[in-house]
Write a protein that binds this ligand. Sequence first.
Ligand code: ADP
Ligand code: MG
Length: 392
Amino acid sequence: MNKQTVLDVDLQRKRVLVRVDFNVPLKDGAVADDTRIRAALPTIQHLLAQSAAVILCSHFGRPKHGPEPEFSLRPVLPALSELLPGRKINFAADCVGSAAANQAQSLAAGEVLLLENTRFHSGEEKNDPGFAAQLAAHAEIYVNDAFGSAHRAHASTVGVAKLLPAVAGLLMEAELRYLGQAVLTPQHPYVAILGGAKISDKIGVIQNLLQKADKMLIGGGMANTFLRAQGLALGASLVEESALDTARALLHTHGDRILLPLDAVLGDRFGADAKVQTIAVAEGVPDGWRMLDIGPQTVERFGAALHGCKLVVWNGPMGVFELAPFAAGTNAVARLVADCGATSIVGGGDSVAAIHGAGLAGRITHISTGGGASLEFLEGRILPGVEALNDR
Ligand code: ADP
Ligand code: MG
């Protein structure tokens, strides 16, 4: 991805508008998980170290009717202050308008101004040129560090980028580098691991990665549909009837590179207290039982496929890992990915949660922060928020 980054431009004493993703969970009016704020710190600190005046903007939740107090970014202020000790952090109660404009213009070098939720204005999601111009007027340079919002063509992700010199922040740069490796310049052998509930959510990813990867390991609910397409009995398992033809076509064209489960952990119902048995997939699933995890032979098969690979991309858990009896397959694959010695890229909210749950986050080369954006990127689409950045 040949996009300019904050390392390519002179930021000394410049006013810089930074699109961050501060869409963080709150509890009792306070930030409950500051992961996304921390993820933006390298870029913010880089700008502050160059004596830039840093103006931060973000969406927060999905307000429907303009400014609604429950969607205010104000609770982020104390969390951000704590992470930037000794820095003056200001807050603008509206992201545009004369008060915000004055605050932005009078912001001193090395200070931070957090703007209120961009989605309080309908112009944000409509990518309204007038609204984008008001945002752009705050600054001399625009930095996009909100990879997770880059698949949306909004005023704060695309509109402003057309009005100012626009470069990637450090988080955005890392996402583009690693996900770019997955879809544009992979090292081989390259193994893709896909799971999660449904084929239909990820058909674009499956199709695109089958063009790039040497092998694709498929688990989770989506494997059921492939197994059904091969004619196996699946009992009460989740099967997407509407995706059977697609699954059949993919197996017909790429069957030699698609590895499916050999065995499965079944539950007699969907719950942590279900009765459990492990079967060979070829035997078929008895009536009333459902496949809720991959079994140990499958883990072994997947481990062998990963042996010696140079790049592994994983998206989607191997089973219903939220329920303890069906978490072993996902945890084992997380360990295989961490241990295989390859460059490892993990994306997807649930897969990332599984990596954290297994305590393996530090052993993964790149954990993608963008759910929908990562999927669209892996589908091979060009994200509008990325496209809008200046080329190198
Ligand atoms: P990610 O967020 O990593 O992209 P998905 O959202 O696509 O992953 O899929 C995760 C969900 O898939 C989890 O809630 C998990 O319980 C579910 N799932 C995985 N395997 C199965 C299965 N065999 N049957 C039903 N649901 C499954
Ligand atoms: Mg998910």
